[in-house]
Write a protein that binds this ligand. Structure first.
Ligand SMILES: [Zn+2]
Ligand SMILES: [Zn+2]
Length: 267
């Protein structure tokens, strides 16, 4: 007979991998498809993920009547010089999704972060199918030492990336990005200073870059490889820009910022 604590721990792990209860309201989701059981249908409706066309460069919704343009991006981002090649967000940072993202920052919100990652993998399927690179994209969370970490040292970006990688069957490149300096928390800095605050904040782990194949999965090193840069929220794009700069400098291929929520309108 296993000791009770072993059984409990095993169940906890199984629940995390195949949750059968909604991470927000605890309703049973056992009748939903495997890999889509993190949120019940009612909560999914409340979370209101994007369902219309969005800008591939900044992830903001495009007005339905926006005329096609030869220039990349949309009117909102055309003047920006992002180091990332594209951005994708599951939904807008407002209402129930904003609440869920805030919950995911808490120690008790691990299931919410995992459910977000799972849903993001469903939404990202088309984008992933269009990726023509030979090796599968790497999933790399933004490291966040200046954000409030939960006690066990897990950040929402890390937890979302873990779940997303598992659901999409992509290699997780945990620790690929390191912090080179500790800037002030972005939320505490005026929007106009955020770019300066995170400039040079990240570096690529030299050891992982060199070891490549063994340590970050797949058959190739970082060179030329698509990276999905995962964070919980995209606001100005400054944090993802700084991380993408470090990845490109280390020789990565395309970098796509992938976030649970995109702040829309105002800051
Ligand atoms: Zn629910
Ligand atoms: Zn745009």
């Amino acid at each position: 007979m296993p000791q009770p604590w072993i059984t409990a721990a095993t169940h906890a792990v199984a629940d995390l991998v195949f949750p059968e209860r909604c991470a927000l309201c605890a309703a049973s989701t056992a009748d939903q498809a495997v890999g889509r059981r993190g949120f019940c249908f009612a909560c999914l409706r409340d979370l209101a993920p994007f369902d219309g066309p969005r800008c591939g460069r900044c992830a903001l919704p495009r007005p339905p009547d926006a005329s096609p343009s030869a220039e990349p991006g949309c009117p909102a981002c055309r003047a920006e010089r992002y180091a990332f090649d594209g951005a994708w967000a599951w939904g807008p940072y407002q209402g129930a999704l904003r609440h869920a993202v805030l919950l995911a920052k808490r120690r008790s919100g691990r299931g919410v972060a995992a459910a977000l990652g799972e849903q993001m993998s469903v939404g990202l399927a088309d984008l992933l199918a269009a990726d023509a690179s030979e090796a599968p994209p790497l999933v790399a969370p933004i490291p966040s030492p200046w954000r409030r970490r939960v006690r066990r040292g897990v950040t929402p970006a890390e937890e979302i990336a873990r779940s997303l990688a598992r659901a999409a069957r992509l290699p997780l490149a945990l620790g690929l990005l390191r912090t080179a300096k500790s800037p002030a928390r972005q939320a505490s800095v005026a929007p106009s200073d955020r770019w300066r605050n995170v400039r040079g904040a990240f570096r690529v782990s030299e050891r992982l870059r060199r070891l490549g194949a063994d340590r970050i999965g797949g058959s190739q090193r970082l060179e030329g490889r698509t990276v999905l840069l995962v964070d919980d929220v995209l606001t100005t794009g400054a944090t993802c820009d700084a991380a993408a700069r470090a990845l490109r400098k280390a020789g990565s291929g395309r970098v796509v910022a992938v976030v649970a929520a995109r702040r829309v309108g105002g800051l």
